[in-house]
Design a protein around this ligand. Structure first.
Ligand SMILES: C[S@@+](CC[C@H](N)C(=O)[O-])C[C@H]1O[C@@H](n2cnc3c(N)ncnc32)[C@H](O)[C@@H]1O
Length: 387
């Protein structure tokens, strides 16, 4: 495909998203009907679509509209691309721009320039203060790919050597002693021996840094209460010898965890909501709670536009309920950790304050807010001890 044909494909995918499809579904539907597209074409179309998703409002302003064509026009203008060469109408390129399209478009202002929903800006600003603009701007860029080296299976140097066999260039990242940033050929990671043999996992650097800060109970019982795919269970298991349990309200989310744990040389016992009742108490319970995802919108930008005030309110209620339930699973003197990949104080510091004010037998030991400017996703973690 020519670069212009890839732009046309991205326009079609964006129109499907506007019509209501999720981005992944829209991309899959396009790829099924485009057998001529090679892997580089599919990657390029995907990059265009996700670049727009991260910067939807500014692309719409610069392109003078909010259909796929205007959004791609806005993206190309933002990137300083040769717009008329792309919109040439030749071959599979988009049709040439009409005079009205050439005249339309303006520089985005205010929250649109930061690519945030209008309603969110006051909350964003009050949560982040001096970091508000930088954090919003960071979410407009593509995220780095990070790996966690599984110290049960390899050292950092050994993992880097195996990755290099396929030309995957990495460098250690300061956020965590196990974190590596992939500098080149990130798309080859899934086929590399280091990944297939469990020497590395894909995991954001801030996610790893959060686990590093947990007061792990050597030889104790640890519950990952909102385990999802189990990324944090595996990270904890690689750091500390303990008995690990994983639970999620949606058991299907943990379906790959047994294979992942085996590959990593870790043991994690899955607990369904019914099993949990008979599982007793734990020395450490981690609640990596469902949240707005506002710290990881570089990776999952659709979430930025799907979040509403009402949804945020509901999420805060769910988080408070999770903390309330999980606290009863902690032994006397044990630890409860609360984490989100959010940068909003309503989901983070406010939840912690509410928890300690409603539970005087709990004391907050630690809290940390990682921001995208630290290199990884935005992540919050608070640690409470039962006194
Ligand atoms: C942020 S994700 C967890 C990500 C995971 N810890 C990881 O590192 O990959 C939040 C998870 O919480 C689960 N969840 C939502 N409500 C819950 C509840 N009331 N109790 C337990 N898990 C819940 C969701 O199904 C989801 O998998």
């Amino acid at each position: 495909m020519t670069p212009a044909a890839r732009v046309q494909a991205a326009i079609e995918v964006l129109d499907r998203i506007i019509f209501g499809d999720a981005a992944e579904k829209a991309l899959t539907t396009w790829a099924r009907g485009a057998r001529y597209a090679g892997s580089k074409d599919r990657a390029a179309v995907r990059d265009h679509v996700f670049d727009v998703l991260r910067c939807w409002r500014s692309c719409a302003a610069l392109g003078g509209g909010d259909d796929g064509r205007a959004l791609m026009l806005g993206l190309l203008r933002a990137q300083g691309g040769d717009v008329s060469a792309m919109f040439s109408g030749e071959g599979h390129a988009p049709e040439p721009l009409a005079d009205a399209e050439l005249a339309a478009g303006e520089a985005p202002q205010g929250a649109a320039a930061l690519d945030l929903p209008e309603w969110l800006w006051p909350l964003w600003h009050s949560s982040l203060g001096d970091h508000a603009e930088a954090t919003a701007l960071a979410q407009r860029a593509r995220a780095d790919v990070f790996l966690r080296v599984n110290l049960l299976a390899a050292t950092m140097d050994e993992a880097a050597t195996v990755l290099a066999e396929d030309g995957i260039v990495t460098e250690p990242h300061p956020l965590s002693p196990t974190a590596m940033r992939v500098v080149e050929n990130a798309r080859r990671v899934h086929q590399n021996r280091a990944y297939l043999d469990g020497l590395v996992e894909l995991q954001d650097a801030a996610s790893q840094a959060l686990v590093d800060r947990l007061p792990m109970p050597e030889g104790g019982r640890v519950l990952d209460y909102c385990a999802g795919g189990g990324g944090k269970s595996l990270a904890m298991a690689a750091l500390c010898c303990a008995q690990y349990f994983a639970h999620d309200i949606d058991v299907r989310r943990m379906k790959d965890l047994p294979d992942r744990a085996e590959r990593a040389g870790a043991r994690v016992q899955l607990l369904s909501p019914a099993d949990l009742k008979a599982a007793g108490q734990f020395d450490l319970v981690l609640c990596d709670a469902p949240c707005s995802g506002s710290g990881s919108w570089r990776r999952a930008p659709e979430g930025k536009w799907l979040l509403s005030e009402e949804r945020l309110h509901d999420l805060c209620d769910i988080q408070a309920q999770i903390l309330d339930k999980a606290k009863d699973l902690v032994i006397d003197g044990g630890v409860l950790a609360y984490a989100t990949c959010s940068v909003l104080s309503a989901e983070n510091q406010d939840q912690s304050l509410k928890f300690v004010s409603e539970n005087p037998d709990w004391q907050q030991l630690d809290q940390v807010q990682f921001l995208p400017e630290d290199g990884g996703d935005g992540f919050y973690c608070a640690v409470f001890k039962r006194i």
